[in-house]
Design a protein. Sequence first.
Length: 427
Amino acid sequence: MRLEDLTVIKAAPTPGDTKWFQHDRFGMFIHWGLYALPARHEWVKNHERIPTEVYDKYFRHFDPDLYDPELWAKAADEAGMKYFVITTKHHEGFCLWDSAYTDYKSTNTPYGKDILTPMVDAFRARGLRTGFYHSLLDWHHPDYTVDACHPMRDNADYIAQDAGRDITKYVDYLHNQTEELLKKYDPVDIIWFDFSVGPNAKFAGKGKETWRSEELLEKIRKIAPNIIIDDRLQIDQDVKTPEQYMPDGWVKVNGVPVVWEGCHTFSGSWGYYRDEETWKSVDQLLKMLIDSVSMGGNLLLNVGPTGRGEFDERAYDRLRGMGQWMKRHSRSIYGCTQAPLEFECPRDCRYTYNPDKQRLYLHMYNWNFGKIKLTGEVCEHVEYIQLLSDASEMRYSYYPEQQVIDIPLPVKKPLGADIPVLEIFLK
Ligand code: H79
């Protein structure tokens, strides 16, 4: 078969510009808000049914004196991340920028300053693209009615007051703030809404009718026609967003492969969680990145900074570890996608493929003893093989009758190649 006749899957086209996004593959999610202070999950207000008057103590004590977004941007850049998505507002309703539409914002805390502007500046200065996560839910806004995901869902008095709440006023607020953000921080590359609430026996849901999603999408495209919009307004736009699970193949909608981005935490919580002990290892996180690209997707990996304004040491440890690998292996990530379907991938390995450069990347999750064997169609296309970490030649034997290539491996895995990658030049 000729190389150009092989089946390389492409995602269905979308309204926004996803070209850069599918090239860059790796981004940093940042969840930062008042919940950094309780330090036990960004849903703490919900999990512990905390009334707004009580939750207010975190607003009154928010003072991240060590906040230096240049350090954050440096950490993301050195990890190999190419874009970041910051929670402008999470479900708790607290705003990181100096919004004209609310007093519930960082400028009114003891910290007293706008948080978002210096962050956007710092990340842009390092060449990273800007994304805003914006919560559709709002557990602080006075007109936000109770639903199945609301902290006050068991509080009869609070629910009784719903009669006096006008959700359309909240949705106006949502639309106004979205427009405000897009104009103030133009050009915003991604807007990541979260999420539509399903109905249950007790409460109506909140979805595209409530959010007036179509109208909101129109307003967004008017300001930022090329922006990437996620799927959680309940109308699919540019990207599907599997959260905290790894798909088992290229994500499809109605059988059609689409642009997708998995979002994951280092631990289990998105907001800073001091006593959370389920941190993933660098090896595991790198494999999640490689797995995503091998299925044509992106990885958005989350950091939850502390109430002092820092990434904690566990996060730095993972970011540095990933950066060390990325420094020498990012060629198998950037510009790469799923390999041609005709290629059989050897056991314990993952392929990624750069269609422009016609290079195939074999990630070895296990350093085989003695040799690794390629079989089938791929063998007919191999022109040259090297170890990606140091560009050292990998000699091989080709047996055309059997369609087999044997690549001898040294007994010891070469230093600096923690997850070794063979770079295979195709012809
Ligand atoms: O921001 C991060 C999370 O806080 C947020 N999305 C990422 C990016 C998120 N977490 N969970 N969800 C979104 C959806 C969760 C819905 C549920 Fe429930 C919460 C299912 C069970 C508890 C609401 C309440 C629906 C049923 C009960």
